[in-house]
Design a protein around this ligand. Structure first.
Ligand code: PEP
Ligand code: MN
Length: 334
C-alpha cells in the first residue's frame, strides 16, 4: 500500500503518521521526492482502514499495490535510484561502462586489461575471482588471490571493482570490493541475498538463466528487505529454444524493468550472446533500449583466455564500441 502525502505537510505530521503505521506492525518506506512525499507500507496492510486514511488531512491519496515486490517498486519510489560507487554515479541518466576479463588470471593479465579498458573509456573494472563453472574440471578462479590482484588493479587505475561472490562465508574478503556481483546461478540463493541485505555494499544482481523479471525483482526485494537498497539489476540473457547464441538477450527487460522498478538496469551483451562479434550490435541495442550501463568482457588475448574467450573482445574493440555507444546516447537523449 502507498500513501501519497499532500504538498507542504509538516515533519511532525509525517512522523505522527509513521508512528501510527508502525503501531499497526507495518514497516514504512519513505520516498521524499522534489514535490511530494510517498510512504510505502510494507507488511500485512489488511488491518489498515483505507477510508480512514483517505479522510486524513495530510493524505492526498492511498492506493493498494498488488505487485509482490514493494521496496523495488517504482510506485513506492517514483524517482530513479542513483547508485553511488565511490563517487561514480549509475542510474537516473548517469551511464557507466563496466569492463574487464571474465576471470582474473594473473597479475600481468589483470593489470594490462585494467589499464587498457580505463584508457578506452571504462569506468569500473570487472573480473571474476570466484568463478561459477558448469564443469568442476574447468578453471575455478584464483579466489582470494584473485581479489588481491583486483585490488591492486584498483589502486593502479583508480577504477572501482566489480566481482562475484558465490558463498556468503567469503564475505569478509569482499571488504574492499566496490560492487559485489550475484551471478545468474545464485539469483535465487535466498540465504546469500538475505545476508547481502544486511551489508551496505552495492550489489549487481544478474537475472537467472531461466527467471522471469518478477523473480528478478523479488530477489532484489530480498536484499532490500534487509535494508540494503544499493542494487543494480543486470539483464544477461535467458535460456530459450535458440542454440546459435549462448543465451537469448531479452532487451524488452530493459524498459519493462525500468517501468516496474526505480532500480538501474545494466546489460551484459557478452554472456547474453557468447560471441565476440555480437557484442557490438547488442551493446548498441541495449543502450538504445535505455540501459543505464553495459558490462562487457574484455581480454588482452581472447584466444588464450582461461574462461569465456569466445565472447571476449579486445581493448581496441571495446574502445570502438564505447565511442559508438556515446553517439547512440546522444541520439536517444534527443
Ligand atoms: C560473469 O559475469 O562472470 C558471470 C559468470 O555471469 P553470469 O552469472 O551472468 O553467467
Ligand atoms: Mn564470463
Amino acid at each position: 500500500m502507498i500513501a501519497v502525502l499532500k504538498n507542504g505537510v509538516s515533519k511532525q505530521q509525517v512522523e505522527t503518521l509513521i508512528t501510527w503505521f508502525k503501531g499497526k506492525g507495518l514497516d514504512v518506506h519513505i520516498s521524499e521526492g522534489k514535490f511530494q512525499t510517498i510512504l510505502g507500507l510494507i507488511g500485512d496492510t489488511s488491518k489498515v482502514d483505507i477510508d480512514l486514511l483517505n479522510g486524513l488531512e495530510i493524505i492526498e491519496t492511498v492506493k493498494r499495490i498488488s505487485d509482490p515486490f514493494k521496496s523495488a517498486n517504482r510506485k513506492f519510489h517514483p524517482d530513479d535510484t542513483v547508485i553511488d560507487i565511490g563517487g561514480i554515479k549509475l542510474g537516473g541518466g548517469n551511464f557507466q561502462f563496466i569492463a574487464g576479463p571474465c576471470s582474473v588470471e594473473s597479475h600481468d593479465q589483470i593489470l594490462e586489461v585494467a589499464t587498457k579498458v580505463k584508457q578506452a573509456g571504462a569506468n569500473l573494472l570487472r573480473g571474476g575471482a570466484f568463478k561459477p563453472r558448469t564443469s568442476p574440471y574447468d578453471f575455478q578462479g584464483l579466489k582470494g588471490q584473485g581479489l588481491e590482484l583486483l585490488k591492486e588493479a584498483k589502486v593502479k587505475t583508480g577504477m572501482p571493482i566489480v566481482t562475484e561472490i558465490m558463498n556468503i562465508n567469503t564475505l569478509d574478503l569482499f571488504e574492499d570490493v566496490d560492487v559485489i556481483q550475484v551471478g545468474a546461478r545464485n539469483m535465487q540463493n535466498f540465504d546469500l541475498l538475505k545476508e547481502l541485505g544486511h551489508t551496505n555494499k552495492v550489489i549487481l544482481l544478474k537475472r537467472g538463466l531461466a527467471n522471469t523479471m518478477k523473480e528478478l525483482l523479488m530477489s532484489a526485494e530480498y536484499i532490500m528487505a534487509g535494508g540494503n537498497e544499493n542494487i543494480i539489476l543486470c539483464e544477461r540473457g535467458i535460456r530459450s529454444f535458440e542454440t546459435y547464441t549462448r543465451n537469448t538477450l531479452d532487451l524488452s527487460a530493459v524498459p519493462m524493468l525500468k517501468e516496474l522498478s526505480h532500480l538501474p538496469v545494466v546489460v551484459d551483451p557478452s554472456h547474453a550472446t557468447g560471441m565476440a562479434r555480437l557484442v557490438r550490435p547488442m551493446a548498441l541495442a541495449a543502450v538504445a533500449a535505455g540501459a543505464d550501463g553495459l558490462m562487457i568482457e574484455v581480454h588482452n588475448d581472447p584466444p588464450h583466455a582461461l574462461c569465456d574467450g569466445a565472447q571476449s573482445i579486445t581493448p581496441e574493440e571495446f574502445e570502438s564500441i564505447a565511442q559508438q555507444v556515446k553517439k547512440v546516447r546522444e541520439v536517444i537523449k534527443g
